[in-house]
Design a protein around this ligand. Structure first.
Ligand SMILES: [Zn+2]
Length: 206
């Protein structure tokens, strides 16, 4: 644990991906759009964390402006945050792929631990998978963007958990995501996971 992580709040960047003209993945019926969903999750999770006394959240994308992954990483780096959560919704050519997934950069143990805490906080997410983004795994990774994104955060020295909160190409996931309160539940899980991780790296808490 870095010595700097002592008796203080942990600052965490919550980065809603995409935005602007980049709407990214969407459900077959067009109702669920990644750029919108990630902003709702990030905004609500930041609100929940701001109510607590463990994490000081930094909302990277404030509205519907489009930011590249490099711009998001640069914002997190300039803000001097302790870690970042990149929030996405997945897509796959295989309609059977479903559920939340975690991506982290090889060697980024804090990003891995942070993402793991979020995965464990998602209700019903027992079969979550995680992928270490590393050159030797590139052939296996269905989402090569995750490699570029986590590398950008790594380059600015910010631990990063990239969470994919469901597949918009999965009918089962889209059914769940369309339920009332589904996004609130995911935002709560992100906030709970962040707080859990922050407590684990804060030594001053009794
Ligand atoms: Zn995405």
């Amino acid at each position: 644990m870095p010595a700097a992580w002592g008796a203080r709040m942990i600052t965490l960047a919550l980065a809603a991906a995409h935005g602007g003209t980049d709407r990214s993945n969407r459900s077959a019926d067009g109702e669920l759009v990644e750029a919108d969903l990630v902003l709702r999750v990030a905004y609500q999770a930041a609100q929940l964390l701001a109510l607590g006394d463990v994490v000081d959240p930094v909302l990277v994308r404030q509205g519907d402006e489009g930011l590249t992954h490099q711009e998001r990483a640069d914002i997190a780096g300039r803000a001097g945050v302790d870690a970042a959560v990149e929030i996405h919704f997945n897509s796959s050519g295989d309609p059977a792929r479903h559920g939340a997934e975690l991506y982290w950069h090889r060697g980024d143990h804090e990003g891995h631990a942070l993402g793991r805490a979020i995965m464990l906080a998602i209700p019903g997410n027992r079969a979550w998978r995680s992928w270490c983004t590393d050159a030797m795994y590139q052939g296996e990774i269905a989402n090569p963007n995750a490699l570029r994104v986590t590398a950008a955060y790594r380059a600015v020295g910010v631990p990063c958990a990239l969470v994919e909160l469901g597949f918009l190409t999965s009918a089962a996931d889209c059914f769940e995501l369309s339920r009332p309160g589904a996004i609130d539940t995911l935002a709560q899980a992100v906030a709970d996971g962040c707080a859990e991780w922050a407590r684990s790296v804060t030594t001053a808490k009794p």
